[in-house]
Design a binder for this molecule. Structure first.
Ligand code: ATP
Ligand code: MG
Length: 201
């Protein structure tokens, strides 16, 4: 038998890969929305979530965004997505930044933001809901994790949701359908390079 050329071997391998992928696609038949959790210390959690907002918008879907940290400066994502009629964008009012040290006030702000998110989670007109930086709300006990997981489980069946933030608790990971832990291998900031407009915010 003649030896296969590199090209033939490649084609054979691709054929086997295609068979495996086709089988997996055929097997995934459940029609339901997903709960995605983007956590870890590496860069790319919020920007990935907003990438999916753009993707969803491209299909004419309706999106809700609730940011659980109010930064000091306006962000590109807020400036842009707030202008889209299909996006409801909420930033947590005068609340939690690394600079506030007022537990009661921060907790109250977190509760208000959660009420906004909860309303979306009970409204099937929203196709996608982003709860950006929500993991910190559990770390500092501003919000009750059990209540949030319960509400997520009871949301409209086709609704997709994304939670971002470092240090996600085990219980949240267990509740999610997709969990990506973004690793920090290297970050420009640590080499002393200033945060960049359009990249960091
Ligand atoms: P991004 O919004 O860029 O996707 P992120 O959501 O993954 O980042 P956060 O933990 O929310 O990251 O951090 C917010 C800010 O800190 C962003 O400006 C981000 O670029 C920056 N940042 C993220 N990861 C690191 C890191 N490992 N070291 C230093 N700064 C970081
Ligand atoms: Mg983030």
């Amino acid at each position: 038998m003649s030896k296969l050329t590199a090209e033939q071997r490649h084609n054979e391998r691709m054929k086997r890969t295609k068979a495996i992928v086709d089988k997996r696609i055929a097997e995934a038949q459940q029609q339901q929305g997903v709960f995605i959790l983007l956590t870890g210390n590496g860069k790319g959690k919020s920007s990935s979530a907003f990438g999916m907002v753009a993707r969803s918008l491209g299909h004419g879907q309706k999106i809700g965004v609730v940011q659980f940290i109010k930064g000091r400066m306006e962000t590109g994502e807020q400036n842009f997505f707030e202008q889209q009629p299909q996006v409801d964008f909420h930033v947590m009012g005068d609340g939690f930044t690394w600079e506030t040290q007022d537990y009661k006030k921060d907790k109250a702000s977190a509760q208000v933001a959660w009420m906004v998110a909860k309303k979306m989670l009970q409204d099937e007109s929203y196709d996608l809901i982003i709860m950006d930086e929500m993991t910190y709300m559990f770390k500092y006990d501003y919000l009750d994790l059990d209540e949030i997981i319960e509400t997520i489980k009871e949301r409209p069946k086709m609704q997709n949701i994304i939670i971002t933030g470092r240090g996600a608790k085990k219980q949240l990971k267990q509740a999610a359908d997709t969990v990506s832990v973004i690793m920090d291998e290297k970050h420009a900031f640590k080499a002393g390079i200033k945060a960049q407009k359009g990249i960091e915010w």
